[in-house]
Each structure stands twice: as C-alpha cells, then as structure tokens.
Design a protein around this ligand. Structure first.
Ligand code: GCB
Ligand code: CA
Length: 858
C-alpha cells in the first residue's frame, strides 16, 4: 500500500507539490511517508534495558532493514537455527515543522512478535510475522531532539502463534520495510490493523457498467471540530477522471467517523484480467476549507469472477483455467529479508512464464508482491500461516482471527486477489492430534471463515488439504467455498496416474465442491540426471516427467478450476536433508532464480512468447558408456522443430500437442553442439546447447560411480559420477544377491562436511563386491562411505579388500567418523584379470556410496 502510493504519487503530482527526489520519501496532501530502513543497530542479546534510550550501543551491529538474523544459520550443518529475541534500535530526529502533525511508525512485517518502544515508552506489541502494523507515536516524540526507537523482535516457537510447524524457515527479524508517516491531525485512518483505512468495491459490476463504492474512516486527532469534504475520484490509467463521489462531514474534535459513498454508474469500464491488467485508481482526498489536507490513493480494477464445481473458474463471464504456481518469499543468501525489487522480479518471472495465478504460500506477503500482481495481471490466493496443526487455546484462536483480519483489511483493495485461505494441511501434524484438537480445528475454521466473509464478501475462501480422507471425515470440506488439494502422487508415493483417479473420485463424491490443485511438485537438483529416472531421485528428468503427466491430467479435467505448482522457486527448509540439505528443491527455478528445464515446459505450454528449449538443463558434462543418453527432448510451442548435432541434421519432429519433441541421438566423445531451430510466423527461432560427452569404458583412465544410485552426479569439479548398475562382463558393477539401493533414512540425510550429498546419501547395502573388468595394471582406488543409519560404533563392521589386498580392515564407519559424515579410503591395487573390490561382513551389512578408480600405468 505504502509503496504503491509513493510510486504513483511521484508520477502524478510532480510539479504540484514539493516531492522529494528520493523515492524513499513522498508527500500527498499533508501526508509524508519516509523510509526508516537505514541506520539501525542490532543486538542478538535480549535485555530489558534495551528498550531505554540510555543504552550504549557502540558494540551493536549496524544493519539496514530488511534484515534477518537467520540468513546463515538456516543453512549451516548444525541442526536448528536461532529462534529467540533480538533488539533493533535507531535514532530519529525530526524538525519543528512537524509540530502539528500526527506521527505513525509503520512496519510492513517483523517475524514474529514485535514490541515497539519510543524514548523508553512502550507503544505496542504485534503478534504474527506476516502482516503490517502501525502505531501512533506522536505523544512520545520530542521534536528538535534525537528520539530513540527500540524494537524487540522474537521468533521463538510459541504455541499460541501460527505457524506452529511448516516446511519453511521462520527467519527472525524486521524483514520488511519500515516507514514513518506524518499526517495532518485530520486524516484517513492509518492504524486500523495497518490497513489503508479505505475499502473499495465495485457493486453491480457486469460487462457494461459498474459503480465504485468507497467505505472508510476519517480521524480527527485535533482539538478543533471541522467541516470536511471527502472526495473519491476514479482515475483511469492516464489520470483522467471518469467518476467521482463526495461526502461532506462535520468532524467533532478528538473523534473518528466512518463514511460510505458510491459513485454514479460508470459505463463500459475497461476490465482487469491477466491478459489485460488495466488499472484504474481511486484518489481519495480530505479537504478542509478547500485545501487538501490528506490524500490516499488506492488501486482499482474492474473484474468479477466465480468458481463452478463443473466448469471451474470464470473471470469476467468467461471460463479461465487458473494456471498457477506457489511462491515462498526467501532468496539465496538473504533469507526472507528481500528488498522490494527482488519481490517484483519474482512476480515478473512468474508472469513471464505465462502463469495467470499465484498462491502466496503459506502467509501474507510483501505489499510489493500485491502491487506487482495488480500491475502484471496475476490472480492471487493469499493465506494466513496456519500450517499442519493448531493449538486448542483461546489465544491461538484470537491470534489467528487477527491474522485473517489483517490480511483481508490490508490487501482487499488489490484487484488481483480472488481467494483468501486460512489453513494448509491442518491435519498433518508431526505427532497425532487428539480428537478434541480435531474438533477445535473445525470450530476455528468456521470462525475464521465467518470473519473473512464479513470482512470481504467479494472474494472466495479456500483451505488446502493433503491427499487424505481425514478432511472429509471431519467436515472441513464443507466450510470454505473452494477446496484446495496438495497432491504428490509419484513423488512421496504412488504413481502419477493416481492424481487423476483421486480427483475424479472427489469430484464424484462431492459434486457441489469447487476443486483447485493448490500444490503438486517434485524435486530437481541440477547436478543429478538419469536416463532411467525414478520417484524421489531428485533428477531433473523425474521432475520433468512428473509435471508433463500432471499438466496433462489437469488439462483433461474441466472441473479442476486450476492448479498451482509446488514451487516456483527452491526455498529454505532448514530441517530438510535432501541432495541439497536445508532446501526444498521442488522449484522450477533454483534458490537464486536460475531456471530448470521444467520452467521451459510450462512456458511453452502457457506463454504466448516463443519457446524453443533443448532440455539438457544447461548441463555441459555428460558421461557414460557408448550408447547412453540417446534421447534429447526439446520443449517448444512451435508446430515443429529441427535438431542438429555438430552441424548434421537429425531431422524435423513435430510437436504432438504436448509442447515437446524428442530425438534419438548418439553423442561423440568430446564437444557436441546441439542446435534446435524452428519458425514462428516465418521468423527463425533457435536454441543451442553444448554438451561435453566423456565416453567411459572399462579401458578409460578414470571411472567414477555414484554407487547405489540410478542418477549421474556432476560434482563441483565437473566430474561425472555415473549411475550404478549390476556387474556385466566387459564393464563394471556391484555384485551380491542381497545388494540393494538405499537412500539414507530421513530426517537425517544431510551428510556433513561435504557438498557431495547425493553421492554419499545413496549406497549399496549388503553388497559382496564391486568389480571392474579393467585391463591389467596399477590403479588408485577411492572408496566413499557414510554411515547414515547408526549413531554408534559396533553396528556395522566389514573388511574391504581389492584383489585380495586389504584396503580397510574391520571398517566401522561410525567409529571412524561418526554418523552422517563422509569417509574416503584410498588405496593402490594391481589389477589382473580385472579389479575386484571385496566386502566381507563382520557385523551387519557392508555399504558403499561411491567408487572411483584411476589407472596409474599406461
Ligand atoms: C506440502 C506443504 C508444503 C511443503 C510441500 C513439500 O504439502 O504444504 O509446505 O513444502 O508439501 O514439498 O513437501
Ligand atoms: Ca552414492
């Protein structure tokens, strides 16, 4: 809200008012908004005296808002991150020119409890990490002297504050912008749940005409009574007035008054939609004796919508499938403390891929996000952070009610918003819930539902379920207007096709429900690739198959109103220990916003822009036996394309309607240049990929195997560790009938002290040997191990020999390095009639995670 006003105002009123050249400050009427992001000091300590102005802060760390103290410890090898209290403080000197002004501190968000002090006076406490809050500090400020602002921020787990749990990091800090607002003593209300103080709606909206209704509160903090005029001008995108509403009002001293006025009918307004996000704005002013004393500009879009259980979502009278994605608000290296331009760029990336819908999971996001959605044309589902379970307490219910009220009041003027959500997978707790908590959850859902419907009857409500019958059993599906499903068929379990079966069954059983897919997704780690991808392997290829199948199934079902991919971007999830520990890797982009192949599939499917993309994930280093990697896919939204390899055409292939074309190819050793070309409207389009292929045979100087995995792994030195296989004559592979692929057991899969987690997390267990049919000669052998099952020594002990020579006697990995640490053992071996690594068990099953052999003799 605040920032939108700044940008618009600068464009609008330059020349009329003295507007600061800094975008950090703006002025409308007698209202000035200035950034307080700079000049803070931070202490990770928590002492009561820090609220006072006589604290020596020389030792404090200089920081700028947005700030979090968890940007690093959420990604280190020590489990957990600091959840506790810290302090922020800064000086604030204000001139005597503000003598008749009201002064407000406005925080866009601090996670998760903030206590604010001005010159040692407590001015307010805000609960909840994802909404804005504002305090009137006028009475505590002395003009012409330095004042002290101190803020205690606490992100400790608190049983009465959502989220209690969740697959994301709850980074502590003042991580969104802070503003100082000074206003005339008479102004549109600023501290009503930090909302704009105005509610805009478009009653009777239909194709040809609408009215605009403006409801609001005007505050008089002065000792004078006043005759004011409130004006709401409807301006089109060029600033031309198309309608107006006015109210005259007698304001008593020290009072507040609501107003409610509606413009006359506006004929043929231009409609807002994702394809044409035409924005009007409502310029609200308060005049006293003809002079503008306050101004407040709100966005306005004319659009209407509905959900239908059979035909899905409709916008402005026509069906529109919601093509969406989910977004978390963090970024590599920054935690949640993102400058606005990062938020805006994220939304531009989403819009740029052709999406029309975005779920802000799992909490209200920055005002810059909502502004960008209005401007770019993205329909928004916003929700409060009630995730996994609730606490059955009055305080939890009250805090949750506050969260929905703040979300709705703060963001309801954004035309982009269509859905308000308030619970996610609320029956997926870390420990089983009692029957009374289940019942309390249903009761709370009803309460929150009622609040939203009162606060904003113009939107629809939604709850996201996981694929479990429990929600139907407890009647949660009957409360919100739309039912969201988070489904991971073919990832956490089952097969892709279960998705459609599940949804068809729901649709049949509950024909009056509107269904939306709130989440579906699979990991992709760009270092992992497989010609034989499989569930849970984190290869790019499995993520691609997952989404190709799901999108098809979604498209085949008109009753599915839309879908949102989990997730647009990889995001921080400290407790996760997958191939990149502490990260949820289901993004279509990496944590620092590099696109994975799957992004191009969706862009080809949804965008009007030309897409032609060779799906090798910008990966240069391929390796394998001759004949591996024989198929290359190209994502495209052209009717056909041609692929060439090293200048030789492999022929044209057509797009079979699934935005994909595939070629059989044979890479040669060394550099392979792939060029895809196609035409759109006669214009040539092309994409190039360079693949360096290393042919690996038993005669190669070096052979490296990602033992226990179906995936090739490219390490940070661009060495490719090949997918594992059973031994076959003339090549290599594992031996032993009991040998099995295992992925180390969650939740402790992070292998410490290495970036090569995918290599060490996957292993053969119970193998009797590993054999290479290599030529005779001397070899260096490197064996990689990690103990991911046992904490203590003595549970797994085995001998390792190579061609009879002992390499590791009574090897007990846990004894040597402890649990979940990598261990490398090097040895020299003379091969004759092949190289045999033998594993002899003493206690338990032998394991092996990786092996590399290098030939020493030529
Ligand atoms: C879900 C949750 C989301 C998780 C996601 C996952 O269903 O709603 O918060 O991050 O699954 O990746 O497991
Ligand atoms: Ca491995």
């Amino acid at each position: 809200m605040m920032k939108r006003r700044i940008f618009i105002t600068i464009g609008l009123v330059v020349g009329l008012f003295v507007v600061s050249v800094f975008a950090q400050q703006s002025r409308t009427g007698d209202r000035t908004i200035r950034s307080l992001n700079a000049g803070w000091k931070f202490s990770a300590e928590d002492k009561p005296e820090f609220s006072g102005s006589d604290v020596l802060d020389d030792a404090w760390q200089k920081v700028t808002i947005p700030h979090t103290w968890n940007d690093k410890d959420t990604f280190d090898d020590t489990p957990g991150y600091r959840r506790g209290a810290s302090w922020y403080r800064r000086e604030l000197s204000l001139g005597d020119d503000l003598v008749d002004k009201r002064l407000y501190l406005y925080f866009e968000g601090a996670n998760q409890v903030a206590e604010v002090y001005v010159n040692s006076h407590f001015v307010g406490k805000h609960i909840g990490g994802y909404s804005a809050f504002a305090y009137d500090i006028t009475n505590h400020i002395t003009l012409g002297k330095p004042n002290f602002i101190a803020v205690r921020v606490d992100n400790s787990w608190n049983k009465d504050i959502a989220p209690l749990s969740g697959d994301f990091n709850m980074y502590g800090g003042i991580y969104r912008d802070v503003w100082l607002i000074d206003s005339n003593e008479i102004h549109f209300k600023i501290d009503d749940t930090a909302s704009p103080g105005l509610q805009i709606s478009t009653p009777d909206l239909d194709k040809n005409f609408s009215k605009v209704r403006i409801q609001g509160t005007v505050v008089n903090r002065s000792r004078r009574s006043s005759e004011i005029e409130i004006t709401s001008r409807i301006l089109d995108a060029n600033g031309r007035q198309i309608s107006i509403a006015k109210t005259r009002s007698q304001l008593e001293a020290k009072s507040e008054k609501t107003f409610d006025h509606t413009t006359p009918i506006i004929q043929n307004p231009r409609l807002w939609s994702p394809d044409s996000p035409y924005l009007y704005r409502v310029e609200n002013t308060i005049r006293e004796n003809g002079r503008i004393i306050d101004k407040n500009i709100q966005p306005l879009g004319f659009r209407w919508f509905r959900f239908d259980p059979n035909t899905g979502f409709h916008l402005n009278g026509s069906p529109l499938k919601l093509r969406g994605t989910n977004r978390h608000q963090d970024f590599k290296g920054l935690g949640n403390a993102l400058p606005d331009r990062y938020h805006v760029r994220d939304l531009e990336l989403i819009k740029g891929a052709g999406f029309n819908f975005l779920r802000l999971a799992h909490y209200p996001q920055d005002p810059a996000v909502l502004d960008a959605a209005d401007r770019l044309g993205l329909l928004i589902w916003e929700e409060t952070p009630l995730v996994n379970y609730i606490t059955d307490s009055t305080a939890f219910s009250e805090n949750s009610a506050l969260m929905v009220r703040e979300m709705v009041r703060q963001h309801r003027n954004h035309p982009s918003v269509i859905l308000w959500g308030y619970m996610n997978e609320i029956f997926l707790p870390p420990a089983p819930l009692s029957e009374s908590t289940m019942q309390a959850t249903v009761k709370l859902a009803k309460e929150l539902e009622a609040i939203i419907r009162t606060e904003d009857p113009t939107r629809n409500t939604v709850i996201a379920f996981h694929g479990n019958e429990v929600y139907n059993k407890y009647g949660l599906g009957e409360i919100a207007q739309v039912v969201g499903w988070n489904l991971y068929n073919g990832w956490y379990g089952g097969v892709f096709e279960d998705f459609g079966k599940f949804m068809d069954e729901q649709h049949k059983r509950f024909p009056n429900r509107s269904h939306i897919i709130s989440e579906y997704g699979a990991n992709a780690d760009q270092r992992l690739h497989s010609a034989n991808p499989r569930r849970f392997d984190s290869t790019t290829e499995w993520q691609r198959l997952f989404h190709e199948s799901h999108l098809k199934q979604i498209n085949e079902r008109p009753y599915i109103a839309g879908s949102a991919i989990w997730n647009q971007f990889d995001f921080g999830a400290e407790q996760r220990g997958e191939t990149i520990p502490h990260l949820n890797q289901k993004g279509m982009f990496t944590y620092d916003r590099v696109p994975k192949d799957i992004h191009f599939f969706y862009k080809a499917s949804f965008s009007k822009e030309v897409v032609l993309h060779i799906a090798v994930d910008d990966r240069m280093y391929f390796a394998g036996l001759p004949g591996t990697w024989q198929k290359i896919d190209v994502y495209l939204n052209l009717p056909e394309a041609e692929l060439s390899l090293n200048g030789v055409s492999l022929g044209k292939k057509s797009n079979a309607g699934d935005n994909k074309a595939s070629w059989d190819i044979t890479f040669r050793d060394g550099v392979n240049k792939l060029v895809a070309t196609g035409r759109r409207n006669g214009k040539l389009v092309s994409d190039t990929a360079i693949v360096k292929f290393k042919t690996v045979t038993a005669r190669s100087n070096e052979i490296a195997i990602n033992v226990g995995s179906n995936a090739d792994f490219t390490d940070e030195n661009n060495n490719v560790w090949l997918a594992d296989k059973p031994f076959a004559t003339g090549t290599w592979g594992f031996l032993g009938e009991r040998s099995k692929f295992i992925y180390s057991t969650p939740p402790d899969r992070n292998v410490l002290g290495t970036l090569n987690d995918p290599l060490l997390q996957t292993m053969q267990e119970g193998l009797s040997g590993y054999r290479f049919d290599v030529p005779d000669g001397d070899y260096e052998v490197e064996l990689l191990f990690a103990e991911t099952k046992f904490d203590t020594a003595g549970k797994r002990v085995f001998d390792v020999r190579a061609n009879g020579k002992m390499l590791a006697e009574k090897l007990d990995i846990a004894r040597r390095v402890g649990r979940s640490r990598n261990l490398a053992i090097l040895g020299r071996v003379t091969a004759s009639k092949g190289l045999n690594i033998e594993f002899t068990t003493i206690i338990g099953d032998p394991v092996l995670s990786g092996v590399r052999i290098k030939r020493l003799t030529k």
